[in-house]
Design a protein around this ligand. Structure first.
Ligand code: SF4
Length: 599
C-alpha cells in the first residue's frame, strides 16, 4: 500500500532514531492495539512458545515429521501459546527475551512488541520497521529432527520447520515488508543452506547477540543498510541484561558456555559465565511475577556453576544457588537442562545435598503423571559414545577432571550415582561421527549392556555437523548407510527404554512394532531393520542373534550377555588429568572410577 505509507511519511528515510519512532501515533484505540503496527516486532512460532502444561519433554514432539498422524492433535492439545489481553505473548524463548531487554535500553515498551507468530497480522503494520524471529530449528536439521524424521517420516518436513515456513505466509509481512531478522539456536541452518534470500530474510544473527543486536536493529529502524549475516561477539557478564518479562518454561540462565571443547558442540565456543545468585534471583522473580510456575535452569552443565580450575565442581556454590531458586516464593517446579557425568563421580555429595532441594520441586511425580511409579529428578546428560578412541579424538574434555581413558566405566558409575539419588537422566548418544568404525559402535553397544538396568531414558541420535562447531565441515551419515551395529545401537537404546519406562505396555508395544515393521518400516528401510524391530518388540535372545551377526559368529568374549563382562572394558583407571587454563593436560591426582568399587 504505497499510497498509505507515503501519506504518513514512511517511504522517506527518517533522519534518526527519534524521528523513526515518532512517524505515526503508537496507540489508537485505547485497547492496547497498535495503530500502524509496532516499530519492532519480535516473534517465535507456537511450538517454541508453548509451555506444554509445564512438561518439558513434550516440546520434543515438534521435532517429529509434520505428516505424523499426531500432528493435528498436537497442534490442538499442546501448541497453546498464551497471550496477555493486549495480545502480547505471555511467554517466549529466553533468548528472545534477552533481545527484547537489549532493545528496551533504547526503545520504549510500546515500540517493542513480542508476540507469537499467529498474532503477527495484529502487530505488523505500516509503521513496523523490523520483525525479529527466533527459531531453534527452521529447516528441521537439528539432532532429534534429523534422526527421527528420517526413521519415521515420509521425507516431509518436521513440525517446527513447517511452522517456520508459515511465518512467511503472514499477510502483514508480505504487505508491509519490514526488515526480517532471524536469530536463535537454529539460525545457522538458514545460513548454511543458503536460504536467506529464498525466505526474504535480511539479516541472520549467528551466535550471541548482546553486543550486536541493538546496533543492527537501530540501523534497520533508521533505514540504514543492514548486514546479511551478523557473527556473534562473546559478551562479558556486564553486557548480559536481565530479562524484562517471562520466558517459556520460566527459563533462566545459570551458566553460559562450557569450555570442555567437544568438537561437535557449539556452546563450547561461548565465553564461560556463571551468573551471580542475586542476578538469578531477579530473573526468577520476573518469571514468577508473570505467572510462571516453573523455573527451568538452563546450563550446558549445572555442575560447572562457579567451578574450580580443572572443572572441579564447587558444591557449596551449586547448593546455594539451587536453594535460592527452589525456595523463591511462587516456584512450584524446578527443571534442569543439562548436566555432566564426571563431577558427580568426583564429588557424589553434590547429589546428596541437591536431591532434597529439587525432589520437592520435581514435575516428574505420580501426583501429576499417574504412570510414574515414584518421583524422580531428570536432567539431560551427554554420553555420546562408548568408544574411548572417538572420545579422545572429539571430546576428551568431557571426562574432566578425569582422564577420558576409562569413559565407559565413568559413565556407568555416574549413572549409578544418579539413580541411587533418585535422578533418572535423559542420556543422549550418537552414532555416525566422522571416522566412526564398526568397532567404535560395538564399544558403545558394550557400554549400553552395562547400563541395561539403569534408570535412564536413552536418546540415540545421528551425528549432525552443526555450523558453529569445530566439526562443521564434515558429512553426516544418511540412514540408509547405517551398518548392522548402528541399527542395533538404535534398537538397543529403545529396547532398554521400553524395558524400564514402558514395561506395563509391553504387549501393545510389541504388537505396534511388528505392525509398524510389516506395513511401513520394511518398505521404508528394507529387511535390514527386521532384527532391530524384533529386538524392540521384545523377542527373546535377539541380543545374541544380532551380536553374533555383527561379530561374524558368536565369539564368546564378545557376547557379553552370554559370557559376562568384557575384560577389555575393565581396565584399571590409569590416572586423572587436569586441563590447566591454557588447555594443556597435566598429570593429576588419581581417582578410582571403576564402577565396581562404588560404595
Ligand atoms: S561437555 Fe557438553 S556443552 Fe561442553 S563442550 Fe562438550 S558437548 Fe558441549
Amino acid at each position: 500500500m504505497p499510497i498509505m505509507e507515503d501519506s504518513i511519511g514512511l517511504m522517506s528515510k527518517p533522519k534518526n532514531l527519534k524521528e523513526a519512532q515518532g512517524k505515526t501515533p503508537r496507540t489508537v484505540n485505547g485497547k492496547g492495539d497498535l495503530g500502524g503496527g509496532a516499530l519492532i516486532v519480535l516473534t517465535a512460532s507456537p511450538s517454541e512458545i508453548s509451555n506444554y502444561d509445564w512438561n518439558t519433554f513434550t516440546a520434543f514432539l515438534s521435532a517429529f515429521p509434520s505428516a505424523s498422524i499426531f500432528h493435528d492433535q498436537m497442534v490442538r492439545e499442546f501448541f497453546t501459546p498464551e497471550d496477555w489481553p493486549n495480545g502480547r505473548a505471555k511467554y517466549v524463548p529466553n533468548g528472545l527475551r534477552k533481545v527484547e531487554a537489549i532493545l528496551l535500553k533504547e526503545f520504549p515498551e510500546e515500540d517493542v512488541v513480542v508476540c507469537h507468530t499467529r498474532s503477527l497480522d495484529r502487530f505488523v503494520g505500516p509503521r513496523t520497521k523490523v520483525v525479529g524471529i527466533t527459531s531453534m530449528n527452521p529447516l528441521g536439521l537439528a539432532y532429534v529432527d534429523t534422526t527421527y524424521s528420517s526413521i519415521f517420516g515420509f521425507g516431509e518436513k518436521s513440525i517446527n520447520s513447517v511452522e517456520f515456513d508459515e511465518i512467511f505466509r503472514t499477510k502483514a509481512l508480505r504487505k508491509y515488508k519490514p526488515k526480517i531478522f532471524l536469530g536463535g539456536g537454529g539460525s545457522w541452518q538458514i545460513d548454511k543452506a543458503k536460504r536467506r534470500k529464498k525466505y526474504g530474510i535480511d539479516t541472520v544473527f549467528l551466535g550471541e547477540s548482546e553486543l550486536t543486536a541493538l546496533e543492527t536493529f537501530k540501523a534497520a529502524v533508521e533505514g540504514r543498510p543492514v548486514p546479511k549475516v551478523v557473527e556473534g561477539v562473546r559478551p562479558q557478564f556486564e553486557d548480559i541484561p536481565h530479562v524484562r518479562h517471562a520466558s517459556t518454561y520460566g527459563v533462566i540462565e545459570l551458566t553460559r558456555g562450557c569450555g570442555r571443547n567437544c568438537k561437535f558442540c557449539s556452546p563450547t565456543m561461548r565465553r564461560k559465565v556463571s551468573f551471580p545468585v542475586d542476578f538469578i534471583e531477579k530473573e526468577v522473580e520476573v518469571n514468577v511475577s508473570e505467572g510462571s510456575r516453573m523455573i527451568f535452569v538452563n546450563s550446558e552443565d549445572i555442575f560447572l556453576y562457579k567451578s574450580h580450575p580443572g572443572f572441579r565442581p564447587n558444591r557449596p556454590a551449586i547448593v546455594e544457588v539451587f536453594k535460592a531458586i527452589a525456595e523463591h516464593p511462587g516456584v512450584d517446579f524446578v527443571q534442569l537442562s543439562h548436566a555432566s557425568l564426571a563431577p558427580i563421580v568426583y564429588d557424589p555429595k553434590i547429589l546428596e545435598e541437591l536431591t532434597p532441594i529439587l525432589m520437592e520441586k520435581t514435575r516428574w511425580d505420580p501426583k501429576f503423571y499417574k504412570w510414574y511409579r515414584n518421583k524422580f529428578i531428570s536432567v539431560e546428560v551427554g554420553v555420546e559414545t562408548g568408544s574411548v578412541r572417538l572420545m579422545k579424538k572429539y571430546m576428551k574434555g568431557k571426562a574432566l577432571p578425569y582422564s577420558v581413558d576409562n569413559w565407559p566405566e565413568l559413565v556407568v558409575q555416574a549413572m549409578g550415582i544418579y539413580n541411587d539419588n533418585g535422578w533418572y537422566p535423559l542420556a543422549t548418544l550418537m552414532t555416525g561421527l566422522p571416522d566412526e568404525t564398526e568397532k567404535d559402535t560395538i564399544a558403545t553397544l558394550e557400554m549400553l549392556d552395562e547400563l541395561k538396568n539403569a534408570k535412564v531414558f536413552f536418546v540415540p541420535l545421528l551425528f549432525i555437523p552443526l555450523e558453529d562447531c569445530l566439526l562443521k565441515g564434515h558429512n553426516r551419515v544418511p540412514l540408509d548407510h547405517l551398518n548392522e551395529a548402528q541399527w542395533d545401537f538404535i534398537a538397543t537404546c529403545w529396547k532398554y527404554n521400553i524395558d524400564f519406562w514402558g514395561s506395563d505396555h509391553r504387549w501393545k508395544i510389541a504388537l505396534g512394532s511388528l505392525l509398524a515393521y510389516a506395513f511401513y518400516f520394511r518398505w521404508k528401510h528394507g529387511r535390514r531393520i527386521r532384527l532391530p524391530m524384533m529386538k524392540i518388540a521384545g523377542f527373546p535372545d535377539m541380543n545374541k542373534i544380532i551380536r553374533s551377526r555383527i561379530y561374524g559368529g558368536c565369539e564368546p568374549s564378545m557376547c557379553r550377555s552370554a559370557s559376562g563382562p568384557d575384560k577389555a572394558l575393565e581396565a584399571d583407571v590409569e590416572g586423572a588429568i587436569e586441563y590447566e587454563k591454557d588447555g594443556e593436560p597435566a598429570q593429576e591426582e588419581k581417582k578410582d572410577t571403576d564402577p565396581r568399587n562404588r560404595k
